[in-house]
Write a protein that binds this ligand. Structure first.
Ligand SMILES: Nc1nc2c(c(=O)[nH]1)N[C@H]1C(S)=C(S)[C@@H](COP(=O)(O)OP(=O)(O)OC[C@H]3O[C@@H](n4cnc5c(=O)[nH]c(N)nc54)[C@H](O)[C@@H]3O)O[C@H]1N2
Ligand SMILES: Nc1nc2c(c(=O)[nH]1)N[C@H]1C(S)=C(S)[C@@H](COP(=O)(O)OP(=O)(O)OC[C@H]3O[C@@H](n4cnc5c(=O)[nH]c(N)nc54)[C@H](O)[C@@H]3O)O[C@H]1N2
Ligand code: SF4
Ligand SMILES: [Mo]
Length: 701
């Protein structure tokens, strides 16, 4: 037996990029702890990190390609699998056109270096415009606002949380999610330290969340109405002349337009709709604008709503006009070692909008993809360019996209599907072939995406801990092989060589970066706090921030029409709003096969406010039927004043009872899928993002 060894790496499970210290002996893990010397996470981890061991040891994980036959799944060789996949893709394209192959890439794509580096050329080798990802059930409105205002869809302002005096959090619960589009490990500690230093934290959320518990103040808000709150905050700031910062004003367009538009939204006019008192709105605006530094951060809850695009735009405007964009303690731009955004000055895409439209609903394209809410339509509606086959990479859209049940039916009707995934689950069970990959501890990691969104500039490369077996393949190896077979063009570079190529363009020269240099720094290298970078960092043609982009200003008309509907307040067959909820020991849909993560009391429950429970005579843990315009689920309830009246909360990513999967632990903790209720026709009409917060339901006891 070998001696006990220590391995350092970054956890790839969520956006926080926590450094891990892993003790192991041979192929056995002894402990997974936080790496105190990681310059970003300083020793923090969450309960999910230890599940990396479960993932590594999971007997349900697929290791060799499997193929669906009339007699069930059989193992096949990689050679046979590659042959089948490429010949089917070519055949279907020959018979039905190049766009007959759809693709969907899920969330782990961005946590996997191989997938981020090799998926682009793979999709090019297919050449179809039927491209879908989890972006349009998540952060698409952020990209939209960035493209329109800063000229690049990946140029996100990140809260400078360690130096701020005031943080306004709208529709995010980083105390549980560990932060999103804000890589900030140990978020809770950072939030507490804002308070400790005399600063203030305010949360706006229909639920009194774990983050709200740490904050100074929490306001309930009626789901989907945040755009009005933001307009009212800006109204007060402009009316009371609380705007500031010549520097930013000098490098922005549209200051006057925005000030004119917000005049229409005094707090009194919208207070009743959103459910926050007008004096409280005024105080919040004043406190925010007069705080020495302040940052408004809005995440998933204000992205996945009917006016998600407007929300993300106005959040940027709020930070900008109060002098908090690109300045310490505000919202700042990062400068990562592999500067994907910066590199696109020379080569690469800055993003695009509406350059072509989807076939069935004419939804606008965004940066080369369509809203996934329309994927089922594109599969089931006959005609030229109908999707006949799907390539699914690291995604579980049956559980994660609106109206999952309808998507299941659509998948059933496909001529062919290939999935690149580690499990036989609710989505991959529809595949003809599953190509399994290494994951977690078996993979090298340089976080291409989340270094871009981090609250400090750092760089870290994690080596493989356990070498893969001979039969296993890395994601990038599979994509590279398929790409070369489909395109006939061989990519000579492997993963490390590709990273090396990119690292040579780093603006950090001390030390000179390469994979081998990064390997000498297993805890990572710290390049320090974020720095001001405007106007150089902007991608707009005149190097100015666009505060009033035309498409967004025009979208205010849609909001005006909605205000009339809200004001009417008509009674509805579906009186409740249902929103989501994340849990520290969950990760979207795919980590419920880890015993230690699912143990304990049932987590797939619906939160109901005591007043609503009383009205409907519901009892604790009673199983109720919840029905929306698209479906019904049965779920136990928890009665709690944590959730506001008229709103219900159900976590997403459950519903593992579906037949034909091979995820035993998850099947025994099945729960039900929130997305059997969400409606694929409900989207933010501007950006195409799913509108989850607008899901309306009724309850029957
Ligand atoms: N109603 C509602 N719906 C939601 C949300 C919500 O809050 N409410 N959240 C949304 C959000 S933010 C997101 S990001 C999406 C997520 O949506 P998806 O990305 O579609 O779903 P995941 O649950 O992340 O599933 C990831 C899949 O990748 C596989 N996988 C894991 N690691 C690897 C790997 O290393 N390689 C490969 N090839 N495969 C791997 C897993 O087995 C699983 O099948 O869900 C969205 N859907
Ligand atoms: N433990 C854990 N961590 C995760 C994940 C996970 O599944 N589990 N998923 C990861 C992923 S993919 C993502 S994208 C991030 C997401 O990270 P966050 O954005 O922090 O996501 P949520 O926890 O869903 O927080 C959204 C909040 O918005 C609130 N909300 C819902 N509707 C509205 C509304 O209309 N208005 C307002 N103001 N608030 C609203 C909800 O109550 C919720 O508290 O988390 C990541 N981290
Ligand atoms: S917070 Fe995220 S990155 Fe950190 S240990 Fe947990 S899952 Fe991993
Ligand atoms: Mo996400």
């Amino acid at each position: 037996m070998e001696s006990v060894k220590t391995h350092y790496r970054t956890c790839n499970l969520c956006e926080a990029m926590c450094g891990l210290e892993i003790k192991y002996q041979d192929k056995n893990i002894i402990s997974i702890k936080g790496d105190k010397n990681d310059p970003l996470s300083n020793g923090h981890i969450c309960p999910k990190a230890t599940a990396l061991q479960d993932l590594y040891e999971d007997p349900d994980r697929l290791k060799t390609p499997i193929k669906r036959t009339e007699n069930g799944w059989i193992s096949i060789s990689w050679e046979e699998a590659y042959d089948e996949v490429t010949s089917n893709i070519r055949r279907i394209q020959k018979e039905n056109g190049v766009n007959s192959i759809g693709s969907y890439r899920g969330n782990p794509t961005v946590h996997n270096t191989g997938l981020t580096l090799f998926a682009g050329s793979f999709l090019q080798s297919i050449g179809s415009n039927q491209v879908y990802t989890a972006t349009s059930v998540d952060q698409l409105p952020h990209h939209f606002a960035s493209l329109m205002m800063f000229g690049h869809y990946l140029l996100f302002p990140i809260p400078d949380i360690d130096r701020t005096d005031f943080m306004l959090i709208i529709g995010g619960n980083p105390a549980v999610s560990n932060g999103s589009i804000m890589t900030s490990p140990d978020f809770s500690k950072r939030l507490k330290s804002i308070k400790k230093q005399g600063g203030k934290v305010v949360v706006i959320d229909p639920r009194f969340t774990e983050t709200s518990k740490i904050a100074n103040t929490h306001h309930y808000i009626k789901p989907g109405t945040d755009a009005l709150l933001l307009l009212a905050l800006l109204n007060v700031i402009f009316e009371e002349n609380l705007t500031s910062e010549r520097r930013i004003r000098d490098i922005s367009n549209g200051w006057k337009t925005i000030s004119e538009h917000v005049k229409q939204y005094p707090p009194e006019s919208i207070s009743e709709i959103i459910g926050i008192n007008s004096d409280e709105i005024k105080n919040l605006a004043r406190e925010f604008a007069t705080s020495k530094t302040a940052v408004c951060y809005g995440r998933f809850g204000v992205s996945t709503q009917e006016f998600g695009g407007i929300c993300q735009w106005l959040i940027n405007v709020l930070n900008t006009v109060t002098g908090n964009l690109d300045s310490e303690g505000g919202a700042m731009f990062t400068k990562p070692a592999i500067d994907v955004v910066g590199m696109s000055k020379v080569k690469g895409k800055k993003g695009s909008f509406n350059t072509y439209q989807s076939r069935v609903h004419q939804y606008p394209e965004f940066s080369g993809e369509f809203p996934v809410a329309t994927l089922a339509d594109e599969i089931v509606s006959p005609g030229a360019d109908q999707i006949k086959a799907m390539v699914i990479i690291a995604g579980n859209p049956v559980l994660s996209t609106p109206n999952g049940k309808r998507l299941e039916k659509a998948f059933e009707s496909l001529e062919y599907m290939v999935a690149i995934d580690i499990y036989l689950n609710e989505t991959t069970k529809f595949a003809n072939i599953i190509l399994p990959t290494t994951t977690g501890l078996e993979t090298p990691l340089y976080d291409m995406v989340f270094h871009q969104f981090a609250i400090r500039n750092t760089a870290k490369y994690s080596e493989v801990l356990f070498n893969k077996t001979e039969e296993q393949k890395h994601d990038w190896e599979i994509l590279k092989e398929l790409t070369s077979r489909l395109s006939g063009i061989e990519n000579p570079a492997n993963l490390e060589q590709t990273l090396d190529y990119m690292l040579q363009f780093s603006s950090y020269q001390e030390p000179k970066l390469s994979v081998s240099e990064l390997k000498k720094h297993p805890h990572g290298i710290d390049f320090g706090a974020l720095k001001s970078q405007l106007p150089e960092r902007l991608f707009t043609s005149d190097k100015k921030i666009e505060l009033a982009p035309k498409v967004l200003v025009e979208d205010l008309k849609r909001l005006q029409n909605k205000i009339k509907l809200w004001q009417k307040n008509e009674s509805s067959e579906f009186p409740f709003y249902v929103i989501g909820r994340r849990h520290l020991r969950s990760n979207n849909s795919w980590m419920h096969n880890s015993k230690r993560l699912v143990k304990g009391r049932e987590r797939c429950t619906m939160l109901v406010n005591p007043k609503d429970a009383e009205k409907l005579q519901l009892k604790k843990l009673q199983i109720v039927s919840v029905t929306s315009s698209v479906g019904t689920i049965k779920i136990p309830i928890e009665i709690t004043s944590e959730i506001m009246q008229g709103v219900l909360s159900i976590p997403h990513g459950w519903g593992h009872h579906r037949k034909g999967t091979k995820i035993k632990v998850a099947e025994n903790h099945a729960g039900v899928s929130l997305n059997d209720l969400t409606d694929a026709n409900k989207i933010d009409a501007l950006t195409g993002n799913a509108d989850f917060s607008g899901t309306k339901v009724k309850i029957e006891g």
